[in-house]
Design a protein. Structure first.
Ligand code: LLP
Length: 477
């Protein structure tokens, strides 16, 4: 019994004896192709009835002698018994390794996009491993500062920063602010007037966010680089050039670079090269020290997908920079979110009901759902499911994994494959839920949000406690 291997996986820490050769050939089905958060298992060669693919699991995942899956040396079924379900479980070694890969690939200016998953422990971890942190609201700024991350390691984003958010970011001394609109430039002008005098000559470093007019091949909700976008200044319209002019005339501000983010869950790294090609024409004549290409590197959610690595992404961007005449001394950076945390995390649920509708389908209902993972509902995102007690088992039974919310659309995995003997009371896991799961969780139907636990070296550390029923009324007057 073993997990299904993958061809040319991205995982440098394969768990030797837990990995068995298998139908890994399915892996390349979408590599180099187009995929988005809407990618489904259907993109692959058909229903995957083998054990869950190794490359969907955290680095330290291993099957124990009894057949149960452990992560970070902690048995997942024991964890569910001890801490309850639903539960977000993160492999701390995997998180650290991905942060280090990001720094190796891009240098110390690379920022972790905290919107993918943020709590104080995650903020500290990313900072400890050498990353800057991208925060896009006053709330993310608050959490990062509360975690003790020095402000100069923060990059302040947001397409509608309020004056209060900007004031706090400036007062804290964020390392970079990414300017998104002319109204924001007005605010910046007011807030920084006379500032250089007050701050001993320190001017706030800013980047100007531009939309290069490049359409990333991904779901339209997470596409951001096109001209028709609420983000940034258009290149084609001349807005970006006008923004640069204005920023250069603000005495309290130092324009240090250009930023662009073309979209998220991008599998075709050529899209980034396309963006660089367009950006270079604008960036090079400005003679600025920094160019940030945003985040967006895709990850595999289902066994049939295989994503480019952090290193491949950086090399593609750098090669294109060189080709397009971006000076070699330029600090070329990025802001990966999903690719740092997605595969490090998985969600554990407990099966509550199994409803067989003869001739139609079987619904397996678990104790969470769209409140802890809204991605299938929002983007039609595909996921897989498996039983941690039998992670190496064949998954021949076709079921629909659903949640406990009062909506028919509350589906976690529309076409899940599970072992034949799945039963009420089983712990079910959905892998690759580390990004945009907890961070987009809600209290819909007054379901308390799950706990988040980091596992490492045989120990589990609760980094966000489970909400209680009392938490559900704490804001009521
Ligand atoms: N930088 C900027 C300016 C961004 O807007 C984003 C993501 C990132 C970096 C990080 O992108 P990543 O490496 O994580 O793809 N909720 C959606 C994803 C929305 C992404 C928004 N911006 C989802 O669940 O797929």
């Amino acid at each position: 019994m073993g997990l299904r291997g993958t061809s040319g996986g991205t995982d440098p820490h394969a768990v030797g004896d837990a990995v068995a050769d298998g139908a890994g050939g399915a892996a390349a089905a979408t590599s180099g192709g187009v995929s988005g958060p809407g990618a489904h298992a259907a993109a692959g060669p058909g229903p995957d009835t083998g054990p869950v693919a190794r490359h969907l699991l955290p680095d330290t995942a291993a099957i124990g002698p009894g057949g149960g899956l452990s992560v970070g040396g902690v048995d997942l079924c024991d964890l569910a018994d001890d801490l309850g379900t639903p539960l977000f479980v993160y492999d701390e070694a995997h998180l650290r390794s991905r942060c280090r890969q990001a720094v190796d690939a891009w240098g110390r200016g690379v920022a972790y996009a905290t919107k993918a998953f943020l709590c104080k422990a995650m903020a500290r971890l990313a900072y400890d491993e050498g990353m800057c942190l991208d925060v896009s609201t006053g709330g993310e700024l608050h959490v990062a500062l509360s975690a003790g991350v020095p402000a100069e390691r923060l990059v302040m984003h947001g397409n509608n920063k309020s004056e209060a958010e900007m004031e706090r970011a400036l007062a804290a001394g964020v390392g970079r602010m990414v300017v998104d609109s002319f109204d924001e430039i007005d605010r910046l002008e007011r807030l920084t007037a006379g500032r250089a005098g007050r701050t001993g000559g320190h001017r706030q470093p800013v980047l100007v966010r531009v939309t290069p007019g490049v359409e990333a091949h991904t779901h339209e909700f997470v596409r951001t680089g096109q001209d028709d976008s609420k983000f940034g200044f258009g290149l084609a319209s001349g807005a970006a050039a006008a923004a640069v002019d204005r920023l250069r005339r603000l005495p309290g501000v130092e324009l240090v670079g250009v930023h662009a983010h073309i979209g998220s869950q991008v599998f075709r790294i050529g899209s980034f090269a396309d963006a660089v090609e367009v950006l270079a024409g604008f960036f090079v004549p400005l003679d600025l020290p920094e160019l940030c290409v945003g985040g967006g590197l895709g990850v595999a959610y289902v066994g049939s997908e295989e994503a480019p690595t952090m290193g491949e992404w950086a090399v593609t961007v750098r090669d294109e920079c060189a080709r397009a005449g971006v000076p070699g001394a330029t600090r070329v950076t990025a802001e990966p979110g999903r690719s740092v945390v997605a595969t490090a995390g998985l969600t554990l649920y407990r099966v509550g009901t199994v409803k067989v509708v003869p001739g139609i389908r079987t619904f397996v209902a678990v104790d969470g759902g769209m409140s802890d993972n809204p991605r299938p509902v929002l983007y039609g995102s595909g996921y897989e499911a498996f039983l941690p007690r039998a992670a190496g088992a064949e998954r021949r039974r076709a079921v629909r994994l659903v949640g406990k919310h009062c909506e028919s659309g509350d589906v976690l995995v529309a076409d899940a494959r599970v072992p034949d003997d799945l039963a009420v009371g089983d712990v079910v896991a959905t892998p690759v839920t580390g990004a945009y799961g907890y961070s987009m969780a809600s209290n819909y139907n007054k379901v308390p949000r799950p706990a988040v636990v980091f596992v490492s070296g045989g120990r589990a550390r609760v980094v966000v406690r489970r909400e209680t029923d009392d938490d559900l009324t704490r804001l009521d007057s």
